[in-house]
Design a protein around this ligand. Structure first.
Ligand SMILES: Cc1ncc(C[n+]2csc(CCOP(=O)(O)OP(=O)(O)O)c2C)c(N)n1
Ligand SMILES: CC(=O)[C@@H](O)[C@H](O)COP(=O)(O)O
Ligand SMILES: [Mg+2]
Length: 641
């Protein structure tokens, strides 16, 4: 058998250890390899969960990229990075997929610790073109002949940073290849004028193809030298004028190649080689299909199996048992509120389904706005909606609101506008890693004057605090809750102002202030301390910013105050409670437990919390140490961990 057929017999994928191995493959072998990679992706991701649809859509494009460019000397950047699995497969990491997105295993995004081929670890969209602009300028200044390629999705292109970058890329005129991976979707179909423009390009007969026809026609007549150039240029100009809606990019000063079939490796290679040869900023518009080659993903109308949990590879059906998620509770209550209040409108940043806003959109489509992946615009557009007499509910993942801090601070809060931000995936999330952890909001937004933050502990308080939030008319509110299944309802014994008392005893040793979903953890800690004879009062403040003044009176009756929060300690609720007690002249000692500010490695939520000492056992041990110091201050003590 020829060497080729040997390889196809053993599976070509098994022979690919580095991008260079791709360059020796024939077109037939590349087609086989693409099929093997698809089988690999479905087999692996069906077990671990992960971003299946996006990666099925970039198999051929990624193979073409690594055949045309010389990574890592040439930099291949992925915007958002969730579509870099194929890149990982061809850069020596096939074996890591059994532990994809699991503690100690491959991350779901590029990772510099994993490979010299990886650069951008931030999974927030719309950043790659800015990185690319900077890298291209740096290589030019250092006189380094190397290419920078950024792969950016049509969804990511709806983010404002992309346009800031394009403006600069055009001005800098440095060699830079931008591959627009246009599958027409974020989760749902991508919205907006840009999406419409891209679809015009996608649908247009392909002036590239028309141009090729003309080139071929010209090629048959012996026109050489300058006349040929002039003829071809005139024809090209004519064609461009006739069929060239891509003027938008070219008017920016960025060349445009496309639309190209992103699933046609030779066509993509040809376009990329042309782009590489331009030595100037150039867009290669690749038209792809999210979920391509796997029917359950292709047919999934919601999001083409964008990021499923584990699933049956035969059917694409999720294998996890359905449960009531925090998101579902929010979505249902929002519709109930909207039924009563016509001023309530919803805003999503290209994530209607994952945030639950889709439920409102189904009943009131005219009262929901999908702004694309544009959280800054979402916040200030919400300010405009509020100025127009409405009460917008902006539903985003907690981590994604970080980038809209200035808009929340000045466009919303300084104008004292009634906007409610609902932050899903607040706290430690897990598999998506540090740029997805929603751990910053209570610190970052806690400093915003006039902004109130609620942290429900269960479904009942989520419903209640959402209603309280949309009832606020003189400023913004945040309601934040974690990922996953909603907590079991934890009824209060009594309420002191906004503060719910969840547990109390005659003995008043410790006041334990448990924030949001950490209420259950607080009760578990109290149980452990009670076994040692300590009297623990557990309270849920419900509204954590501003700190309820009622905590001062409660603290005064106890010997030690402990705070627990699923957010960074620095500037968090613990710090705010300490400042409130200090301002009230209280000297009761306070110990705060939260997430240390840092970029903590991915894993399951439970694994990460355990690694940070945020378990009932660890906290009870530390609190016992602190309380026993109060009993016997003279005793020599080892500092707790
Ligand atoms: C700032 C920000 N907001 C929201 C998200 C959540 N998110 C992850 S992927 C995605 C859709 C990206 O669409 P596109 O860029 O077209 O890539 P595709 O998944 O289609 O390949 C979104 C909204 C994010 N990662 N970053
Ligand atoms: C890449 C991205 O930002 C999203 O796809 C994210 O991974 C979704 O997270 P959930 O799985 O928690 O919805
Ligand atoms: Mg897309």
């Amino acid at each position: 058998m020829s060497e080729r057929s040997d390889q196809s017999a053993t599976g070509i994928l098994g022979t690919i250890e580095a991008p260079g191995d791709l360059r020796r493959l024939s077109p037939e072998q590349l087609t086989l390899l693409a099929a093997e990679i698809r089988d690999f992706l479905v087999a692996k991701v069906s077990r671990t969960g992960g971003h299946l649809g996006p990666n099925l859509g970039v198999v051929e494009t990624t193979l073409a990229l690594h055949r045309v460019f010389d990574s890592p000397r040439d930099r291949i950047l992925f915007d958002t990075g969730h579509q870099a699995y194929v890149h990982k497969i061809v850069t020596g990491r096939q074996d890591g997929f059994d532990l994809l997105r699991q503690r100690g295993g491959l991350t779901g995004y590029p990772s510099r610790a994993e490979s010299e081929h990886d650069f951008i670890e931030n999974s927030h969209a719309s950043t790659a073109l800015s990185y690319a602009d900077g890298m291209a300028k740096a290589f030019a200044l250092r006189g380094e002949e190397r290419h920078v390629v950024a792969v950016v999705g049509d969804g990511a292109l709806t983010g404002g940073m992309c346009w800031e970058a394009l403006n600069n890329i055009a001005a800098a005129k440095k060699p830079l290849v931008i591959v627009v991976n246009d599958n027409g979707r974020s989760y749902a179909p991508t919205i907006g004028g840009l999406a419409d423009h891209l679809s015009t390009l996608r649908l247009n007969p392909g002036y590239e193809r028309v141009l090729d026809l003309v080139r071929n026609a010209l090629g048959s007549t012996p026109v050489v030298g300058k006349p040929a150039y002039e003829v071809l240029h005139a024809v090209k100009k004519g064609i461009k004028d006739a069929v060239n809606p891509q003027a938008m990019f070219e008017d920016l000063g960025i060349k445009y190649i496309g639309p190209v079939d992103g699933h046609d490796i030779p066509a993509m290679e040809s376009a990329l080689r042309r782009a590489k040869g331009f030595h100037a900023p150039v867009i290669v518009h690749a038209v792809t299909r999210k979920g391509y080659g796997y029917r359950p993903a292709e047919d999934d109308e919601a999001d083409c199996l964008h990021g499923p949990g584990a699933f049956d590879p035969q059917t694409g059906a999720l294998t996890a048992k359905p449960s009531v998620k925090w998101t579902h509770v929010f979505a249902e209550e929002l519709v109930a509120i909207a039924d009563e209040r016509p001023d309530i409108v919803g805003i999503t940043a290209a994530m209607a389904e994952p945030t639950g806003i889709a439920t409102l959109a189904k009943k009131y489509p005219e009262r929901v706005y999908d702004v694309g992946i544009a959280e800054q615009h979402a916040a200030t557009s919400a300010a405009g909606l509020a100025m127009g007499g409405l009460h917008p509910v902006v539903a985003v993942y907690a981590t994604f609101l970080n980038r809209a801090f200035d808009q929340v601070l000045l466009d919303v809060a300084m104008h004292e506008l009634p906007v409610t931000f609902v932050l899903d995936r607040a706290g430690i999330t897990g598999p998506d890693g540090p740029s997805h952890y929603g751990i910053w909001d209570m610190s970052v937004f806690g400093v915003v004057p006039g902004l109130r933050i609620a942290a429900p502990r269960d479904a009942a308080t989520l419903r209640e605090e959402l209603r309280e939030a949309v009832a606020v008319e003189d400023g913004p509110t945040i309601v934040r809750f974690p990922t996953g299944s909603v907590a079991v309802d934890l009824p209060a014994l009594r309420r002191v102002g906004p503060v719910d008392v969840l547990r109390e005893e005659d003995r008043k040793d410790v006041l334990l202030v448990a924030v949001g979903s950490f209420a259950k953890l607080g009760l578990e800690v109290a149980e452990r301390l009670a076994e040692q004879g300590y009297g623990v009062t557990v309270v849920d403040p419900r509204w954590v910013r501003p700190v309820p003044i009622e905590l001062v009176g409660l603290a005064g009756a106890h010997r030690l105050v402990v705070t627990l929060e699923d957010g960074v300690r620095a500037g968090g609720v613990g710090d705010a409670v300490a400042a409130t007690l200090r301002d009230a002249g209280m000297t009761v000692p306070l110990r705060d437990f939260g997430v240390p500010a840092g970029f903590h490695p991915h894993g399951s939520r439970a694994e990460i919390l355990a690694s940070l000492g945020l378990t009932a056992q660890d906290i009870a041990r530390d609190v016992t140490e602190w309380v026993s110091r109060l009993d016997d201050p003279a005793a020599e003590r080892q500092p707790t961990s």
